[in-house]
Design a protein around this ligand. Structure first.
Ligand SMILES: [Zn+2]
Length: 358
C-alpha cells in the first residue's frame, strides 16, 4: 500500500464555485452485493472528520460514495486500462460522486470536497495534496524518495505544466506528494491547506504566480531547497496504534480469524471484497521461516513508520506478503511489524502465521 499505487480521478472540469451556504453530508454505500465490516462505520466517520479538518472544507451537497474494489473495476477503469486504478471522483458541483476502495477513500474525498466548491489547480498540487491527506492508521503510507535523482520530467518545475490527461503515472504521484510534504514541513500545514483553498488556477503560469505570492518563494526556489534536502521519507498513518506484542525468541504461532461481522474487522465482505484484521509484533533482527497455514486468504507484513532500529537495512524492512499455504525464509529487521490478515471469502476464515527462527 505504498505511495506508488496509482490513484486516479476522472478528468471532467469542475464548475463554478457554488453560491449557497448549505451543507451536505457524505453518504457511504458498499458496492452491490457487498457489506461493510464491523469496524468500518466508525472509521468512515472519523476519516470524514479528519479529512474535512485537514483540508478545511465541508461537503456543500450530499456526497455519495460507493466503497469497494468491484465498483471501482466497473465505474473507474477505462477499457484497455493497465494502470492500478483504486478509485475515482466523477461529476462536478452537486453531482460529484466517489467510487473507491477503502484504501483510497481519503484521497478521493479530498478531490470531491474540492470539486463541490469548484476549486481547481494544477494536477501537481491536486494529486500531491490528495496523496498527502490519503494515508491513515488503517491504510498507512510510507515512501522514501531522493528528489535530486528524479528525472527532469518529475521535477516540480516540469510537473506544474502537466494537465490531468498527462499526469497519470505512479512516479508523478509519488514526486508530487513528496514535494508537497516538503512545502508543508517548510511553511506549515495551514499555509499549505489555505494555498489549496486559495484560488482557481487555469494555467501553470497562474499557479506559479499564486504559489510565489502565497509562500513568499518561487516554485523553483522551493523545488531547489527540496532537492538539496536529500533523500527523505514521507509517512502518513501508524498501523500499530493499538500497541505490539514482542515476538518470543523461540518463535510464535499467530492465530487470527477474519470474520467481517466480528469486532475488530475492517474492509468489506461479499462480491469478492476484502475483509481484514491487523495485529502488530515487535521483532528482533534475525532470520525467520514464516508460513501461512490456512485454506484461503493472505497476510501482508509492513513495518510501522519510524519503528525500525536505525541499523536495519532497507532490504530487511521491505514489506512482504504470503498467500495461504506459502512459506518463506526472510531476514527481518528489528521493527514493529504490522501483520494484516485478509480474506475475500465471505465466511469466517481462520489463518495461522507460524514464525520460527530460521
Ligand atoms: Zn487523485
Amino acid at each position: 500500500m505504498g505511495l506508488g499505487a496509482v490513484m486516479l480521478g476522472a478528468c471532467a472540469e469542475p464548475v463554478e464555485r457554488p453560491e449557497q451556504d448549505e451543507e451536505g453530508e457524505v453518504v457511504v454505500e458498499p458496492a452491490a452485493g457487498a457489506r461493510l465490516c464491523a469496524e468500518m462505520e466508525p472509521w468512515i466517520e472519523a476519516e470524514i472528520e479528519r479529512v474535512g479538518r485537514e483540508v478545511g472544507l465541508r461537503p456543500a451537497f450530499e456526497l455519495g460514495v460507493t466503497l469497494g474494489a468491484s465498483a471501482v473495476a466497473t465505474e473507474c477503469v477505462e477499457p484497455g486500462d493497465i494502470r492500478a486504478v483504486q478509485g475515482c471522483t466523477v461529476g462536478d458541483g452537486a453531482a460529484v460522486a466517489v467510487v473507491t476502495t477503502p484504501g483510497t477513500f481519503a484521497h478521493e474525498l479530498v478531490h470531491a470536497l474540492r470539486r463541490h466548491q469548484g476549486l481547481r489547480t494544477r494536477p501537481l498540487f491536486e494529486e500531491g495534496f490528495a496523496e498527502l491527506r490519503g494515508g491513515s492508521d488503517a491504510y498507512p503510507r510510507v515512501d522514501q524518495l531522493e528528489p535530486a535523482a528524479l528525472a527532469e520530467v518529475r521535477q516540480p518545475e516540469a510537473m506544474i505544466e502537466l494537465g490531468p490527461s498527462e499526469f497519470r503515472d505512479g512516479q508523478s504521484y509519488r514526486a508530487a506528494a513528496h514535494f508537497l510534504a516538503f512545502v508543508e514541513q517548510t511553511d506549515g500545514p495551514e499555509a499549505l491547506a489555505s494555498f489549496m483553498r486559495g484560488g482557481l488556477d487555469d494555467s501553470a503560469a497562474d499557479a506559479r504566480r499564486r504559489f510565489e505570492l502565497h509562500f513568499g518563494a518561487s516554485l523553483s526556489e522551493r523545488a531547489e531547497a527540496w532537492r538539496q534536502q536529500g533523500p527523505h521519507e514521507v509517512s502518513e498513518g501508524d498501523p500499530c496504534t493499538g500497541g505490539a506484542e514482542p515476538l518470543p525468541a523461540t518463535g510464535a504461532r499467530i492465530e487470527v480469524t477474519v470474520d467481517c461481522d466480528a469486532p475488530g474487522t475492517m474492509g468489506l465482505a461479499g462480491a469478492e471484497e476484502t475483509a481484514w484484521r491487523r495485529t502488530c509484533v515487535a521483532v528482533e533482527a534475525g532470520r525467520y521461516v514464516i508460513a501461512l497455514e490456512a485454506e484461503a486468504g493472505s497476510v501482508y507484513a509492513e513495518p510501522a513508520a519510524g519503528s525500525c532500529d536505525p541499523s536495519t537495512s532497507a532490504l530487511d524492512r521491505a514489506p512482504f506478503g504470503l498467500e495461504a499455504g506459502e512459506q518463506a525464509a526472510l531476514e527481518l529487521g528489528a521493527c514493529t511489524w504490522a501483520l494484516t490478515f485478509a480474506s475475500t471469502r465471505d465466511q469466517p476464515e481462520a489463518l495461522v502465521l507460524r514464525v520460527d527462527p530460521g
